[in-house]
Design a binder for this molecule. Structure first.
Ligand SMILES: [Cu+2]
Length: 386
């Protein structure tokens, strides 16, 4: 990048440092970054890092706003991260903390991710407290990855709520690098609510989902590619005000895995491979091919509803069920956005759709990412109709 272009970007960012008015009623603590920095940092990590590097000594206006205690804690708590107060650079260089701190992989058990949509809570207010954790996760018999997670798993917990429910959310960062939470089901100032927090710190915010559907949540800390690509994703399923017809309901979150060779038996994520978009594995719910080994079972005649969320970070999911057809695919909020009689539909990275069929034929039906260069890397499973 030329000095002139960098300087213009830097001016743009610095000029807008004070243009955000935080909603202090829903944001209990911490300092907002500006919307401009959030977007610049998200889109162009290298630029974000460069802009952060040219910030005034002491961390600049944002750090000052956070207060000296928080700034001190950030500096002490995030060893080895080049931009401890967060928005810019969290790509690891040198040994990965998860691989160096782990005692070994023998005690990292393989667990099938239950695809069943959790029951809808009776309460109309849900208080969710997630923790960002950097832990090893076994994604197959012979592969353990140095994951960055919400609640220790890829994907994180499935959230189930209704349109108009109140979600009171808190993220506490137990990891070594800054993390954050971006709910696609929320309409909220991202520079405030989705801001990054350093180790030991928390961010809280409240939102009410306005639309029904299958939505992604993910860490939005820059570079977002690294944080999504390392496992910090999950699904929030929002029911419409009038319930859809009774069905067997399942959630599938597609992710890609871009991995380095093992270090102490654990494979770190490879940022260069993420940029090159050539994944080693693609999986539904964090384990390549897990529902081939242990199929999803329904009864003949069941209405079956798949909430398919594509966490990416990059490739789409051309969702298809071999030997079946979808009665309805809801592209947006059900029940108004359905199209009927569908063979395959592409869920984009960062998107979610609802696929519904009536399982009136017995048999074993492979559900796949029909983009087979990706499907064959693990985005495949079996729906068994008995
Ligand atoms: Cu993160």
């Amino acid at each position: 990048m030329t000095d002139t272009r960098l300087s213009k970007l830097s001016e743009l960012v610095h000029d807008q440092r004070d243009d955000v008015s935080a909603d202090s009623t829903s944001i209990p603590s911490g300092a907002p970054s500006t919307r401009r920095e959030f977007i610049v940092g998200m889109a162009l990590p290298a630029v974000g890092a460069a802009v952060a590097a040219c910030a005034p000594p002491g961390g600049g206006a944002d750090s000052a706003r956070a207060g000296s205690a928080a700034t001190g804690q950030q500096r002490q708590g995030v060893a080895g991260v080049s931009n401890p107060d967060s928005r810019a650079d969290t790509v690891h260089r040198g040994p990965h903390p998860t691989t160096t701190s782990a005692a070994g992989t023998a005690n990292v058990a393989y667990r099938r991710f239950d695809p069943t949509l959790p029951a809808l809570p009776a309460e109309r207010t849900q208080r969710l407290h997630f923790h960002a954790r950097e832990v090893p996760v076994r994604i197959s018999a012979d592969t353990v990855v140095a994951a960055w997670t919400f609640e220790g798993n890829i994907p994180g917990p499935v959230v189930h709520c209704r349109v108009g429910d109140t979600i009171e959310f808190t993220l506490t960062n137990e990891g070594q690098v800054p993390h954050s939470m971006d709910f696609h089901a929320a309409q909220i100032d991202p520079a405030v609510a989705f801001r990054s927090v350093a180790k030991g710190q928390s961010v809280s915010y409240t939102f009410k989902p306005r639309y029904a559907g299958a939505f992604l949540y993910h860490c939005g800390t820059s570079p977002v590619l690294m944080h999504i690509g390392s496992g910090m994703v999950g699904a929030i399923i929002v029911d419409p005000p009038t319930p859809l017809p009774a069905a067997k309901e399942f959630v599938l979150v597609q992710t890609e895995f871009y991995l380095e060779e093992p270090q102490n038996g654990i494979r770190p994520f490879d940022y260069s491979k993420m940029l090159a978009t050539l994944p080693d594995f693609v999986a539904f719910n964090g384990r390549p091919g897990q529902y081939q080994a242990e199929p999803i079972v329904v009864n003949r005649g069941d209405r079956v509803r798949f909430f398919v969320v594509d966490a990416g970070p990059t490739v789409p999911c051309a969702f298809h069920i071999v030997g079946e057809q979808f009665e309805t695919v809801y592209l947006g909020a059900p029940p108004g956005s359905g199209i009927n009689g569908v063979q395959t539909f592409n869920v984009p990275a960062g998107g979610g759709m609802i696929f519904e069929l009536v399982a009136d034929v017995p048999g074993e039906f492979p559900f796949v990412n029909h983009g087979f260069g990706h499907g064959q890397k693990g985005a495949i499973g079996i729906l068994k109709v008995v």
